[in-house]
Design a protein around this ligand. Structure first.
Ligand SMILES: Nc1ncnc2c1ncn2[C@@H]1O[C@H](COP(=O)(O)OP(=O)(O)OP(=O)(O)O)[C@@H](O)[C@H]1O
Length: 263
């Protein structure tokens, strides 16, 4: 009997994904699903492969083996044109906002609309200004250059850019790094609001547990190249997993041994 596929496959599904750089194994059999409209936060120590995992989903890196499906479609063997089409589903807020210094703020926000979707500048500018409004930035900010903005404002601009072409999936790479706790909370609130307004699926990488608690429906912890725990955000304090417990409470002592090397 042929199997009937489920009506709604997970938005993103990674199965047994491996990635090594030379002899260094980074992803060692990642299994992870993200549901449609879900907000998943990935936690884990520095260098455990969180960014490498996201880059594999985006196709910026090719996994050595394993399957990565988006909307049920296998993506690891896509040709460049198919990959480009797939990437239209994604928005991304990079660590440090990654704005172009030589472009005005509105041009940064409209970048994907103008370059990727070939939208006329005037129309793209209108959309950029509307998206800036959604993250609490007035139109006058659009005429400034990124270097004239505070770190918190730059993150807002990065967020406006990430949502500009209304992606189905948004990746947030350490969205609160470098912000004071109050500004971090403002950014977290905006992320939650923007993701909800779009009905998007979100995957966030963070070390910031306050951010994880605020943003996540579900949390996944990565350790030694595998997902060792996933659970509801409300359960992270009672995970029953000593690795999660140590990470969430930031304890030096525990099963996670930090590799400290003399330079
Ligand atoms: N292109 C690359 N070539 C070689 N090694 C790489 C490459 N990209 C990542 N790595 C290595 O893979 C490991 C995981 O890196 P990754 O950036 O995914 O960590 P992370 O969990 O996101 O860390 P952090 O929280 O510090 O950002 C690191 O040891 C890194 O040096």
């Amino acid at each position: 009997m042929s199997q009937v596929p489920p009506a709604h496959p997970p938005k993103i599904a990674l199965k047994n994904v491996h990635k090594a750089f030379g002899s260094k194994v980074v992803l060692n059999g990642i299994d992870l699903e993200v549901g449609r409209g879900e907000s998943l936060v990935v936690i884990g120590g520095s260098g455990t492969g969180k960014s490498v995992m996201l880059k594999c989903v985006l196709g910026l890196l090719s996994p050595d083996s394993g399957s990565i499906r988006v909307d049920g479609e296998e993506t690891t063997k896509l040709r460049p044109r198919e990959r480009e089409k797939l990437l239209h589903k994604f928005g991304m807020l990079f660590q440090g906002a990654a704005l172009f210094d030589s472009l005005k703020v509105w041009e940064n926000v409209a970048f994907g609309l103008i370059q990727g979707e070939h939208m006329p500048r005037a129309k793209a500018k209108d959309i950029a200004i509307a998206k800036m409004g959604a993250v609490g930035l007035g139109p006058e900010v659009g005429e400034l250059f990124p270097s004239e903005l505070s770190g918190g404002m730059q993150k807002r601009v990065g967020l406006a850019r990430a949502i500009a072409d209304e992606p189905e999936i948004i990746f947030f790479d350490e969205p609160t790094t470098g912000l004071d706790p109050i500004m971090a909370d403002v950014i977290n609130e905006l992320i939650v609001k923007c993701v909800k307004d779009l009905g998007a699926t979100a995957v966030t990488i963070t070390h910031d547990m306050a951010s994880a608690r605020k943003i996540a429906d579900r949390v996944a912890m990565i350790y030694q190249g595998r997902i060792i725990w996933t659970g509801h955000a409300n359960d992270i304090d009672n995970s029953g997993n000593p690795y999660v417990d140590q990470f969430v409470h930031g304890r030096g002592e525990g099963p996670i041994k930090m590799q400290v090397r003399a330079l």
